[in-house]
Design a protein around this ligand. Structure first.
Ligand SMILES: [Zn+2]
Length: 440
């Protein structure tokens, strides 16, 4: 078997790993490069191998940085099967269409792909049960194992009958509000591990209490709390936390709006997969009733005319687009309001600039002063920190032949590399873009 790294090399987006064996080519994940203009520009480059020569794609999970290039690949001739879990398929059918709309909207020239292209690509998806072997080509076997990062997420385990390579996808955390912890794996020869938080530890703290505190502070000032949020998982976690706070009467009764058509559809899906997440099954529907859903643009605009406190959850999570921009225009220049970031902010995004203290922000070509309080809760991440990664790794009972560190900014990857070498004595590599390795 041979592996070639086509993305998420010394960066957090664009996950794409090519496995080749006896003439069969499999792409594990097919993500979009996201972040600043230069990064996004990489999506427009000619794909390094002929798309029609790829036999199959296997997905770890539905986040766009792991799936968002699929419609482009199909447009350019890929015709194989796209294997994934049931929830990943359902989420992808929401998220890829949205991605198509975003591509159309943001394109200065021709879009990378359209909503129609995304819809066409969905017909190639094939749902696979967890823990079930799928044969691809003459020699390769693939298994998905539930991994606890988001709904539908999986470890991808690939074997050629002699060697096994495991892809962590994004590694979930042992103790999360909404997702079950990732199970331990005991054996693999090769491992591709993410390193988003390879040089950091998550703050230990009571995220629910922290959120309650921020809600109370904002409401006391008569302000509006805006929470830019990712549609999958993070939004549902915030809703669950708000539900718990409301149940305890720990926050005042202010309206809560879920103002993201995509997050609304994802939230509706959540209770169909009760076995996959950690929410109390009987309460699933009640939990998500905590917010008023505002799917239409008209309902969304009405929120900004409110004269009293409210909580607005809207996408996108890194303030790179979506309805949150409209709310920020209305509220970011008033000191009584708060913008609360609850997720990772990639380099080059406005979200990153705001958490780093930007005094002004350009939205739709107009500058706005930042006077609202900018807050951050760091305890809700869906990615394991380095201690949690090392703890998960420590359960491998055999000696790994090689570990590839991907999906991290270079400092994070290097830091994790060093820790793994010291602790386990493994050979740990940070692959470069287009670099290949034999797996035998
Ligand atoms: Zn992810």
């Amino acid at each position: 078997m041979k592996i070639t790294f086509l993305g998420a090399t010394q960066e957090v987006t664009g996950s794409k790993y090519l496995i080749e064996d006896k003439g069969t080519k499999i792409l594990v994940d097919c993500g979009l490069f996201q972040g600043d203009k230069e990064l996004r520009g990489q999506n427009m480059d000619k794909f390094p191998i002929e798309p029609s020569s790829i036999d199959a794609i296997v997905l770890t999970h539905a986040h766009i940085d792991h799936t968002g290039y699929i419609p482009a690949l199909v447009k350019d001739g890929f015709r194989g099967a796209i294997y994934c879990s049931k929830a990943t398929y359902q989420l992808s059918s929401i998220m890829l269409l949205d991605s198509g709309r975003v591509q159309e909207k943001e394109a200065t020239d021709l879009p990378l792909y359209t909503e129609k292209d995304a819809e066409y690509a969905l017909q190639f998806f094939k749902v696979v049960d967890y823990d079930t072997i799928v044969n691809i080509g003459t020699s390769l076997k693939v298994t998905l194992i539930r991994s606890g990062h988001i709904l539908g997420s999986a470890f991808v385990i690939l074997s050629d009958g002699k060697q096994t390579v495991t892809f962590s996808g994004d590694l979930g955390r042992p103790d999360q509000l909404t997702m079950k912890p990732p199970p331990y794996l005991e054996k693999t020869d090769f491992l591709v591990i993410e390193s988003t938080y390879g040089d950091r530890l998550h703050e230990q703290g009571d995220s629910i209490k922290e959120l309650g505190h921020i809600v109370n502070e904002t409401v006391e000032k008569g302000g509006v709390l805006i929470i830019p949020s990712f549609a999958v998982s993070r939004t549902q976690t915030i809703l669950y936390a708000l539900y718990l706070l409301k149940e305890k009467n720990a926050i005042p009764k202010v309206p809560i709006f879920l103002d993201s058509p995509m997050a609304i559809r994802v939230t509706d899906l959540f209770c169909d997969f009760k076995a996959e997440h950690a929410l109390p099954p009987l309460l699933c529907d009640d939990i998500f009733d905590v917010a008023t859903y505002t799917p239409t643009a008209q309902q969304s605009k009405k929120i900004d005319t409110l004269k009293h406190s409210a909580i607005i959850i809207a996408g996108s999570g890194m303030v790179t687009g979506g309805r949150v921009l409209h709310h920020l225009k209305s509220f970011i220049s008033d000191a009584k309001n708060t913008v609360l970031f609850v997720g990772f902010q990639a380099e080059g995004t406005d979200g990153r600039a705001l958490v780093e203290g930007a005094k002004e922000i350009k939205i739709h070509d107009k500058l706005y002063n930042v006077r609202a309080e900018i807050k951050r809760i760091n305890t809700l991440s869906g990615h394991a920190d380095y201690n949690e990664i090392l703890e998960w790794l420590s359960h491998f009972q055999n000696s790994l032949k090689k570990v590839f560190v991907t999906h991290g900014e270079i400092e994070a990857s290097r830091s994790l590399q060093k820790k793994m070498e010291e602790r386990f004595g493994w050979t740990v590599v940070i692959p470069k873009y287009l670099e290949s390795f034999d797996l035998d």
